[in-house]
Design a protein around this ligand. Sequence first.
Ligand code: NAD
Length: 336
Amino acid sequence: MSGTAKKRVFVTREIPSDALKLLKSKFEVEVWPEETPPPKNILIEKVKVVDGLCCLLTDKIDAEVINAAGEQLKGISQIAVGYDNIDLEAATKRGIYVTNTPGVLTDTTADYAFALLMATARRIAEADRYVRDGRWKIPWGLMMMLGQDVWGKTIGIIGMGRIGTAMARRAKGFNMKILYYDVARNEAAEKELGAEYVDLETLLKESDFVSIHVPLLPSTRHLINEERLKLMKKTACLINTSRGPVVDEKALYKALKEGWIWAAGLDVWEKEPTDPDNPLLKLDNVTASPHIASASYETRTRMAIMAAENMIAILEGRVPPNLVNKEVLKVRPPEK
Ligand code: NAD
């Protein structure tokens, strides 16, 4: 009779109700009620008893948490496309399936990346502060708050994957020349968008806007460092909606303060939440946001439903649609 007992899933934050309903239709579900991530001791306590863990990128699922899991833990379903917070190797060794939510957030994230690019180029956040602070004294100034044109300029995309390609589509609508750098050629994007594959040095030297869309990996940590920032144009804008540690913030501060580049738009930070006294926030040529590139009502629901579907597949013994650690199939083959 024990086979009829419902499997248990721990969800580390409130999720959209449609996704929760879906999970509850199959499993006994417990949701962490706080807005902040459950502390490590709670994660450890839960993975000892639950069959599935549904988590966010701010939950650190490291080897200590994974190795504390009981034999019954079969899956970790992340509600995000990036999964640098999860120790994949440790999960694979334990036969735990790890899934993510690719694709459903691509266009929403690219919309935001392009909005951040526009806001940075045309000083929108700074202009908003200017008006609210009562600093607007002359009715119209020929030389007031001048920005950079976007249309017709050159954009350099670092990481021409799903979101990078969607960003390039938006840039094409603004008649921009598109350069890209990636570890792999993307011939489909070259054909569709006329994107030109170049090395990173050329991209940095020739682009008016550099937009980052790589995952955080050992090879991409501080990919944008002092030496590379020095290659960029003095009038260039750097846009980062990927992961904070891809950019060396100390070097970026120097670059912005000393005018090696013109401005930066940052949705992601080396440490999140970033410190309110992060020196970057004292600079008017930084447009800042709190990691919200995928934050639309529709997309967050799509992401959570996809994560629920991944979890259902795992706990029903199938290969989930968005399995990240494919090698796990050798360690623990699917039942179906
Ligand atoms: P993707 O896998 O489709 O694309 C990533 C691209 O980066 C691939 O083409 C890959 O070949 C390339 N790449 C990998 N390592 C590289 C390297 N060392 N140098 C150059 N290129 C490299 O992923 P995606 O769906 O486009 O998402 C990209 C990233 O965006 C995610 O990993 C995530 O970290 C981030 N993201 C952030 C937000 C946000 O809210 N700010 C939202 C969604 C995704």
